[in-house]
Design a protein around this ligand. Sequence first.
Ligand SMILES: CC(C)(COP(=O)(O)OP(=O)(O)OC[C@H]1O[C@@H](n2cnc3c(N)ncnc32)[C@H](O)[C@@H]1OP(=O)(O)O)[C@@H](O)C(=O)NCCC(=O)NCCS
Length: 160
Amino acid sequence: MPVSQDRFSVKPYEPGDAQATIDIFLGAIREVASRDYSPAGIAAWAQVEDAEIWAQYRASRPTWLAMDGSKPIGFTDLKPDGCLDMLFVSPDYQGKGVASLLLATVERTAREQGFQRIFTEASLTARPFFERNGFAVVTAQQVEKRGQILSNFLMEKTLK
Ligand SMILES: CC(C)(COP(=O)(O)OP(=O)(O)OC[C@H]1O[C@@H](n2cnc3c(N)ncnc32)[C@H](O)[C@@H]1OP(=O)(O)O)[C@@H](O)C(=O)NCCC(=O)NCCS
């Protein structure tokens, strides 16, 4: 069921949304996460080699889009193991509560499915957002992406 706040709404992903999620993903990394990572790290992270594989991946798990009217402005997902794998908001819509709206949808769904915890691998950029929203750092980690080492944080939240 779509949910909304005053200005934005959330809807389930549909196959026609694949390119919009790619655009949001690339824009959020190149224009927002770029403040926290090296240019080489950003170049390695911000790549979608195959749009078809991306679309299959998105369709393979619950994914939601945040919308400003008919315009996609963010997306997130929830894997069957309780992992929130992706949370990206368009550069033009930062700090307006879009990610909070998406996270509320993930948490509601996770509760409905009986999860007692959800977890994520948060970027340096997203860590403060997740901490404000009740996630705690489990461990800092270094992950390899296309030959570059990027720092992130395994974080989890217990659902009450
Ligand atoms: C992290 C991200 C998803 C947050 O999206 P957003 O829509 O701007 O977040 P919201 O507007 O819902 O923020 C909610 C609260 O967190 C705060 N917040 C968000 N990002 C923050 C940051 N980097 N540092 C400190 N506070 C932050 C906001 O000020 C807001 O606080 P408030 O509710 O008290 O006003 C977004 O910055 C993003 O797309 N980053 C780049 C991509 C990325 O790193 N994604 C995560 C991959 S794991």
